[in-house]
Structure formats: C-alpha cells, structure tokens
Design a protein around this ligand. Structure first.
Ligand code: NAI
Ligand code: MG
Length: 501
C-alpha cells in the first residue's frame, strides 16, 4: 500500500507501510487464518494508509494457545526477576532509539501532531517500560505472624507470594495507541504474565511495530502476541476466552460493560479504564494566567480525545466571562491541520465515525440552546477535522453536559461558591479525573478530598506519570493503571503456611 505517504517523510515508516502488516503469534509474523485484511486510514486525508491482517476468533485461539504455552511451559517463568527486568529495559531502549519512526507512525495512523507524538506519546511509553522494568525485582510478599487459636502451642511460618495471574488479554483504544500498549504490556510483563494484545482497529500500526521490537529485545516466543482486528470479533473472542486468566480493557463504558459480561464464563479477572466527563473548576482566586491556558489544553489536548479531558468547565461567576473568553481566544488561535505539519497544534479526529459522533453532539447542543464562543463545526471537506469549540449557555440536563463527547468541545458553566460546585461537579456517572484552580491551598485540598474522581489535579491538568496511579471512580472503571498499583492487576497473592512445631 504505502499510498498515502511519500518515502521522503520517513523511509522506515514508508517501508513499514509498503506490505500488509501481519499479526504476531508465538514469535512469528503470520497472516490471519481467514486471509482477510482490513485497511487503516490516515485521518488527515481519509486515504488508506496500510492493510493489516484481520484477526478473528480462530486467530485469537492460536494466540491464546501460544500465550498459554509460554506461561505454562515456556522459559519465561524460569527467568529471574532481574532477567525479566532487563528485557523490559531493553525494549524501552529500543523504543527510544526509534522515537522518530514511532512518532511518524503514530501521527499518520491516529492524526495527532507529530510534535506531540515525539514529545509526549513515545517518551511516556519509554518511561513507563523503564518504570515497570524496575519493579520486577521488587514484587514481594510478606511474612505474617499468625495465631491460630484452635492449635494452642503450635508454631508456624507463614508468608505470601505474589504470583503472575497467567495469560492476560488486553484490549486497547486508538487515542494513544502506543502509550496504551505500554500501559498494558509494562505491568503485565513486569509481573511475569504472558499477553494477547488487541490494538484498536483504527490504529493498529504502532503496536505492530512495537511487536517487532519486542522480538528484537529477546522476549521468548509466545510471551507477547499481537492480534489486530475488530472489537466485535477478535476483541469479543479474547474477552470471552476460557483460557484467558485476566482481561484488561480501555475504551468506552458501553463496551466495558460487555467485557464484564464476557468475563463471567470463567470469572477471569477484569480491569477497566473507561470514559469520563471530568469537571475542571476555576475559582475567582485562581492565577488566571495559568488557569486559562490550562483549561484550554485540558480539553483540546489530543483533539479532545482523552478519557480524562477537562470537558466540563465550571467557573466562579465574577470571572466567568473573562475565563471563557480567554479559553475561546485560545481555541481560535489553535492551528488545526495535518499532524505532519510542524505548525499544527491540533490534528484531525481519528475516524469518520468519531467525526460524525462529535458533530452529532454539536448539533444536539445547539438544538438544546447552547451557543458557541469559538468553533462549533466540522472543518474542511477532506479528513476528519473539527474546530476547537467552547460552548456556553449550557445546563446540566443537556446531552453535551452529561455525555462524553470525546472531541475538542468544552461546555462552560458559572457557579456561585464552593458549596454549590461540589455536588454539581460530582453529578456524573463518571469519576475519572477532576481539577481545581485556586490560590487557596486549604480550599484546593478540601475540594480534592470531596471530588469523586480517581485523579485530582490542582493548578495543573493532564499531568500523567508512570509512577502515579490512574483510574476511575464510579463508571469510569475498575482498578488502577500505572504506579505500583498496576502490578495488583497482574499478580495474585498466595498464602503459604508451614507448621514448625
Ligand atoms: P470502543 O470501546 O468500541 O473501542 C475500544 C476498544 O474495544 C477497541 O480495541 C475495540 O476494537 C474494542 N471493542 C469494541 N467492541 C468490543 C467488544 N464487543 N468486545 C471486545 N472488544 C471490543 O470505543 P470506540 O467505539 O472506538 O469509541 C466510542 C467512544 O468510546 C468514544 O467516543 C469515547 O467516548 C469512548 N472511548 C474512551 C476511551 C478511553 O480512553 N477511555 C478510548 C476510546 C474511546
Ligand atoms: Mg465501538
């Protein structure tokens, strides 16, 4: 294929896109059993970028067999923790040395600005792998003094081991394709699990290239298997598979619920990182020179396609006009264009489907009485671009205020005091993130305590780190990714008790 990219852009990327991409099963690159492929598109142009092997139930079957064998019989479990850590560290080094190539691949497949992929997505993925590599040698159990009242006088030695849960199925979305692969693979590999990873059908390329580096780093065959394909087929087969011990999912809340149902067959462990409608609260005592650009980037970063986007902007009344006009000014100055153009601040949405979804929300907002201080429309006729949008005259009962839009659209509403804002900020089925902007540290931390969210940012937004746990309250998910908490998702505790006398 390679039709949408000229070789001058990046020679290795052009070469990678030349041939249909295969899937990684048991250390080998193979076609799908059906022989079918599917296209992945360049969202800046709507043209086909590459053809990719289309995994389905039979391919998942093979991948799970390989992961099962690698976990149950392969050399992987016999590696020392230090050896496992070194492999993960080596993968991080390899990824880092291919930063430019991954940045191009990510920008082409997802649409995001090359500068962002180069400056954020790839380095964050590298850092995550290094952070998790360090954990392999620190996954420890405890020794536990036990009393056992019904065996008076007896002595015991009791301790716990933390063991890998086994074969992990991992289903990831398209908004940060490489980074989501890293968030999933890093802790699973650090824990000693084996994996079947299904990338999103919109953005399979960087995960497949990462698969090549995984093999180059020297991971044993079958430890990581990567099966691209659609959610309803490959994804559903993985979630329901009886030989998969754990399923980790990031995506829509709707599909998250399907995953829970699918997991009931063998009661596999489930972790979910789902949607959000995160409140971003600006008090009148905030430093507006940082709050205004902060509120703009909270929503517009990554084209608004962030599960933790600051999509409900609440501003204390006396400064409401100033803040929303400031955010609207930022919105109007954003260069929207192809991710490969160095002048671009915001790329296209990922797909035609996502463009239609976001435009549908804009229409719903306008028909319910919202007005746009900036943007409000699709941009151009080629590619999936939408204008950065600030909606005012919005009310809590509107669809645009209740539901996750997952595009560059913020709804802004005034409030009177901290007493009033807390219940409004918490009035959501979601609870992924929240932010507070104020110079009053007492107020900031009281708000932080009472906001129902897995992450609360104070005077900043979208600060994510490999060491900081991330995940949702309420319907935003189950479990925490990143930080050492992520290891809990991929390990289980065994209690061992020895009678000494
Ligand atoms: P989605 O939830 O359908 O897709 C995410 C992943 O799940 C993809 O890999 C997909 O192939 C897979 N999948 C889909 N149906 C499945 C099924 N029945 N069984 C197993 N796997 C399945 O999300 P979609 O349709 O791409 O986007 C819809 C909305 O979801 C967005 O507008 C946004 O609101 C939300 N979303 C949230 C994300 C997050 O980071 N929390 C990421 C992507 C989407
Ligand atoms: Mg879907």
């Amino acid at each position: 294929m390679g039709i949408a990219v000229s070789p001058q852009i990046h020679p290795q990327v052009a070469e990678f896109l030349e041939k249909p991409r295969q899937m990684l099963i048991n250390g080998k690159w193979v076609n799908s059993i059906s022989g079918k492929t599917f296209p992945t598109y360049n969202p800046a142009t709507g043209e086909i970028l590459a053809q990719v092997a289309e995994g389905d139930r039979e391919d998942i079957e093979q991948a799970v067999k390989a992961a099962r064998r690698a976990f149950d019989q392969g050399p992987w479990r016999r590696l020392t923790a230090s050896e496992r850590g070194r492999l993960i560290w080596k993968l991080a080094d390899l990824l880092e040395s291919h930063t430019e190539e991954f940045a191009y691949l990510e920008s082409l497949d997802n649409g995001k600005p090359l500068t962002i992929a180069r400056g954020a997505d790839v380095p964050l993925a590298v850092d995550l792998f290094r952070y998790m590599a360090g954990w392999t040698t620190k996954i420890e159990g405890n020794t536990i003094p036990i009393s056992v009242p019904y065996t008076p006088g007896a002595k015991y030695l009791a301790y716990t081991l933390r063991e890998p849960v086994g074969v992990a199925g991992q289903i990831i979305p398209w908004n940060f394709p490489l980074l989501m692969a890293a968030w999933k693979l890093g802790p699973a590999l650090a824990s000693g699990c084996t994996v079947v990873l299904k990338p999103a059908e919109q953005t399979p390329l960087s995960a497949l290239r990462l698969g090549e580096l995984i093999m180059e780093a020297g991971f044993p065959e079958g430890v990581v298997n990567i099966v691209p394909g659609y959610g309803e087929t490959a994804g559903a087969a993985l979630a329901a598979h009886p030989k998969v011990d754990k399923i980790a999912f990031t995506g829509s809340t709707e599909v998250g619920k399907l995953i829970v149902h699918a997991a009931t067959g063998n009661l596999k462990k489930v972790s979910l990182e789902l949607g959000g409608k995160s409140p971003n609260v600006v008090f009148k005592d905030a430093d507006l020179d940082s709050a205004i650009p902060g509120a703009a980037s909270a929503i517009f970063f990554n084209q608004g396609q962030c599960c933790c986007a600051g999509s409900r902007l609440y501003v204390e009344k006396p400064i409401f006009d100033r803040v929303v006009e400031g955010v609207a000014d930022h919105a109007k100055k954003i260069n929207v264009g192809s991710g490969l153009d160095p002048e671009t601040h915001m790329g296209p949405l990922v797909s035609q489907e996502q463009l239609s979804r976001v435009c549908g929300y804009l229409e719903a907002g306008f028909s319910e009485g919202a007005t746009a201080l900036a943007g409000g429309h699709k941009k151009g006729n080629k590619g999936y671009f939408v204008e950065p949008t600030v909606l005012v005259n919005t009310r809590e009962d509107m669809k645009v205020v209740q539901e996750e839009i997952f595009g560059p659209v913020v709804v802004a509403m005034p409030f009177d005091d901290p007493e009033e804002i807390l219940p409004r900020a918490n009035d959501s089925d979601y609870g992924l993130a929240a932010a507070v902007w104020t110079r009053d540290i007492g107020k900031a931390h009281r708000m932080a305590e009472h906001l129902h969210a897995g992450t609360v940012w104070i005077n900043c937004y979208n600060i994510l780190d490999a060491a900081l746990p991330f995940g949702g309250y309420k319907q935003s998910g189950w479990g925490r990714e990143m930080g050492h908490e992520a290891l809990n998702l991929y390990t289980q505790t065994k209690a061992i008790c020895t009678r000494l006398s």
